[in-house]
Write a protein that binds this ligand. Structure first.
Ligand code: ADP
Ligand code: MG
Length: 255
């Protein structure tokens, strides 16, 4: 496939909530196969930007393209089917086992869909088996294999965050959006998650856009960083350069 076809290009994205300008003409490009970090103080607009990319919040103006595909204005399930999958800042899992949560991720790809499944139409059993095998592979890949049949309620916080990652991977994305994947984790869990993200990118060759506060983690895993402050992009570049940017330092120190 043409790698250029998988560049995410967001241009002049603007979102207003009542009087508040949550995003003010934000430009951001994720290069194919790269890890791009989106950072900024609380309330800067990072989650809102993810909501725009994933179709949860259509922008008031601006465009989002993924390669040749126009994402702007499409509903979330269509965007997921076009190869852009996300996780949420706060864990959103369904009750049930790890396997059941991962199968929900696979449903994005099921042509037959829920109706055919419910009716037990021919071919569905075979399709379900293939999806289950792939869900199992992905669970093994993110080190959740031994917990495949465990109810998610019984998992540690760190493992539940990994289930979210695995569920997004089950959609076979070409671009993965991770909203604070290590928030609330202890040091060991953080290191494990950082290693998994790096492995996922290397093994699956996909692009990653990640919202994260942990500067150490960003320096280790990101190729490029975009900084938002009050809905505006105030810097963009390599982690090293962005970290030294006077405007970024000012935004973080609140000066
Ligand atoms: P971040 O993820 O960078 O912390 P958010 O994108 O969550 O920031 O929020 C950006 C701004 O938009 C904040 O001021 C927040 O209060 C506001 N906001 C976010 N979502 C909504 C909403 N659904 N309705 C009204 N205001 C919102
Ligand atoms: Mg947020």
């Amino acid at each position: 496939t043409d790698a250029g076809a998988e560049r995410l290009v967001a241009r002049a994205v603007t979102v207003r909530f009542a009087g508040l300008l949550a995003l003010d003409g934000v430009d951001l490009t994720v290069e194919p196969g790269s890890v791009h970090a989106l950072i900024g103080p609380n309330g800067a607009g990072k989650s809102t930007f993810f909501n725009v990319l994933s179709g949860v919040c259509p922008p008031d103006s601006g465009t989002v393209r993924f390669g040749e595909k126009e994402l702007t204005g499409r509903p979330p399930h269509r965007i997921a089917a076009l190869g852009v999958a996300r996780t949420f800042q706060n864990i959103v899992l369904t009750r049930g086992t790890v396997a059941e949560n991962l199968m929900l991720g696979r449903h994005v790809l099921t042509r037959a869909g829920f109706t055919a499944t419910a009716l037990g139409l021919p071919g569905v059993a075979r399709e379900q088996r293939i999806h289950r095998e792939r869900a199992r592979e992905i669970a093994d890949f993110v080190d959740l294999g031994r917990l495949f049949h465990t109810p998610v309620d019984l998992l540690s916080y760190g493992d539940r965050k990994r289930v979210e990652l695995a569920r997004a991977l089950c959609m076979e994305p070409r671009l993965l959006l991770l909203d604070e994947p290590v928030a609330g984790m202890n040091t060991a869990e953080r290191q494990r998650m950082a290693a998994t993200i790096a492995e996922v990118r290397a093994a699956l060759g996909l692009s990653v856009l990640v919202v994260e506060h942990d500067m150490g983690l960003i320096m280790r895993i990101a190729d490029e960083v975009t900084v938002l402050d009050f809905g505006r992009r105030i810097a963009c570049g390599t982690p090293r350069r962005v970290q030294r940017d006077p405007e970024v330092i000012r935004a973080y120190l609140g000066a």
